[in-house]
Design a protein. Structure first.
Length: 84
């Protein structure tokens, strides 16, 4: 599995992620924030994070890439067409 770590986070970024983790009512978003925090703060490998959050390594890798590219907004679900 590819090695990928989120670069060290500023205190402001950590607080944003912790706020998102604690306040969101969307379980998927909470899990994504947890993935980023585990990578950045604990320097866990993708496979280790996948075991903790019970997702595939491919899923963890996708969300870490999205966070690196888009920041917090990248962890949120994109709008979808159709009825809600």
């Amino acid at each position: 599995m590819q090695k990928l770590y989120v670069p060290p986070l500023s205190e402001e970024r950590v607080l944003e992620l912790e706020r998102l983790y604690r306040k969101t009512e969307v379980p998927r978003v909470r899990t994504r924030a947890q993935m980023v925090l585990l990578s950045a703060e604990k320097k866990l490998k993708v496979d280790e994070i996948a075991d903790i959050v019970r997702e595939s390594s491919v899923t963890v890798l996708r969300w870490l890439h999205r966070y690196i590219a888009e920041g917090i907004q990248g962890l949120l679900d994109a709008p979808r067409a159709g009825r809600s």
